[in-house]
Design a protein around this ligand. Sequence first.
Ligand code: TRP
Length: 332
Amino acid sequence: MNRIFSGIQPTGNLHLGNYLGAIRNWVDLQGEYECLYCIVDLHAITVWQDPAELLASTREVTAGLIASGIDPEKNILFNQSQNPDHASLAWIFNCVARLGWLNRMTQFKEKAGKHRENASVGLYAYPNLMAADILAYKATHVPVGDDQKQHLELCRDIAQKFNSDFGVEYFPEVEPLILGPATRVMSLRDGRNKMSKSDPSEYSRITLTDGPDGIAQKIRKAKTDPDALPSEVKGLEDRPEATNLVGIYAALARKSREDVLAEVGGQQFSEFKGGLTELAVSVLGPIGEEMQRLVVDTDYIDGILRQGGTKARAISGPIMREIQEIVGFVQP
Ligand code: TRP
């Protein structure tokens, strides 16, 4: 049976990049697989989090996922700290993974920057926890974006080394699920940078709760170049902003860029932006409204997460007992 695990950071203000890059794919995968979708609060605290903000963000992301169409009854939706098995297995993996492997992780180098000595031990061991997230459920498939591919490779290495250290065929080969093409949503202010919640400019990103006016304003102000839109994809070359806006349009409309350009080729950006705004509002508007309705009902949201935690523990519990036996721990 195919089982999916994926995680999302509890950072407030979910934006179009999160939606098109991850969330919508998660929605599409339900029904086809048994899905565990996890809000990774343990990963979040590898860098400082204000406790009140962490709590609010966890609820916000949960509301965003449900509003986007993730059905918490059919899938397992929970925050990571609800299930202590993640942390226990991560400890075992801290003892399986090698320092040399972690030293090669480019995300740690980027996040720790020049202040490596001052980074938390957790930030360094982050990929081991991610491997534990996946393998505590013996997940077979993991949808990830480009930036997480190296971590997924490490997960495979850990699984293999565990199997060979203990002489077992225990952990399965985890397969990445490579998501559709137009998943890299770039900043509206600079088509060469990824859309990100840490960009100081609000105008760089469209959030799920911007509402029709906010969406319209941000698209109106989005950077463009002076030329009309081309009618073929090769006409987008060296035009990062045009590439990004056409990519966003195509992703929102679930069409290929070729098909979009066949329709809009020759338009000026002013006209194209009108169509893009209408499309973005039609997709994101209802999601934002539902998200705002849900997020204030903290009892409901927390209940969903607890129920998800219970379902998650029911799967990982028996797996952890087998792992403990393999490692040589007395059963609890
Ligand atoms: N590290 C992932 C990110 O930052 C989130 C994540 C945590 C994850 N655990 C995971 C993704 C397990 C896939 C599988 O986006």
